[in-house]
Design a protein around this ligand. Structure first.
Ligand code: PDD
Length: 290
């Protein structure tokens, strides 16, 4: 079965789906994106992702390509046409097509929209098998990391460094302050030396993760305390537990950093519990929407 992509109003086989060479997303990375998980054919935390898409667009002054209701229909249609049961849906909105010139086009052009979807394994069955290694890596990104921009070159380089080190993720830190920001494509959490669950507070320094927000709601309901405050590379190295969250990582234990074990090098009790809680959230999202 050929994969179907939605590009600017048309559903096309992927091999025929193309964007204009003057699309500003291609020329300047002048666009934003979202990744939404699909579980049992339903979107997980779709509203959180669409809220963030609208916010990212507002921050860089690109209009929504269509009303939210219509966009939801396009996303659902791409998932349906690709027969995705468990997987992800990717959407990208760009400032549209115009002769290459850095400022916004003088005469407004319609934003570009492309949507793809693919199958992935569903929620992992085994948290120990899901555990991953990470490296620490300098955060070389711009000052507006709260915007989910398609400019991902520093993230790409960090991820490649992780891969070359045999790790799945790069945990980024500010070189001037040695404070950890987040993963190259994930939010980052630790259980510190004293046993406190911590993740960095929201600001321009990190992306406001939708999984982070959804997990916090679950923590609230389960009465599990956490703190939103920065921590250093050193505190991270001494942490009892560490894990990342994202639409496609869910809650993923990090059991080694730069080749050294985190805690005793095994998945800790807090991470194990949150993995289970988040599994119920992901599967519940599918049930509630059904
Ligand atoms: N990444 N931080 C960064 C830099 C990210 O790129 C992501 C998401 C997150 C987690 O956000 P969320 O929980 O909303 O997925 C944090 C996506 C999955 C990606 O780039 O593929």
């Amino acid at each position: 079965m050929s994969r179907i992509a939605y590009v600017n109003g048309r559903y096309l086989p992927k091999r025929l789906a193309a964007v204009n060479v003057e699309d500003r997303g291609l020329q300047f990375g002048d666009g934003v994106y979202e990744v939404v998980t699909v579980q049992d054919g339903r979107f997980v935390d779709e509203d959180l992702h669409l809220d963030r898409l609208e916010r990212s667009l507002r921050e860089i002054r690109i209009p929504m390509p269509m009303p939210r209701g219509s966009l939801r229909q396009v996303l659902a249609e791409v998932v349906r046409r690709n027969r995705v049961r468990h997987g992800l849906c990717y959407m990208q909105v760009t400032r549209g097509v115009a002769p290459r010139d850095h400022p916004f086009p003088r005469k407004p052009v319609p934003p570009g929209l492309m949507v793809t979807a693919k199958n992935l394994a569903g929620y992992p069955a085994d948290v120990d098998a899901w555990a991953a290694k990470a490296i620490l890596y300098p955060d070389q990104r711009w000052e507006r990391r709260d915007i989910k921009s398609t400019n991902l070159l520093p993230n790409v380089l960090a991820k490649q460094a992780a891969r070359e080190a045999g790790a799945a993720e790069a945990i980024l830190y500010d070189e001037a302050t040695c404070l950890v920001t987040e993963g190259a494509s994930t939010s980052f959490w630790i259980v510190d030396e004293e046993g406190a669950l911590r993740t960095r507070h929201l600001s321009n320094a990190i992306l406001p993760g939708c999984t982070r927000a959804a997990l916090m709601q679950e923590l609230r309901e389960a009465g599990i305390p956490w703190r939103e405050e920065p921590f250093t590379v050193e505190q991270t190295r001494r942490a009892r537990e560490a894990f990342v969250t994202s639409a496609t990582s869910y809650v993923r234990p990090i059991v080694a950093l730069d080749g050294q074990p985190v805690g005793d090098g095994r998945v800790g009790p807090v991470t194990r519990r949150l993995f289970e809680i988040f599994g119920r959230h992901v599967k519940g999202a599918a049930r509630n929407a059904a």
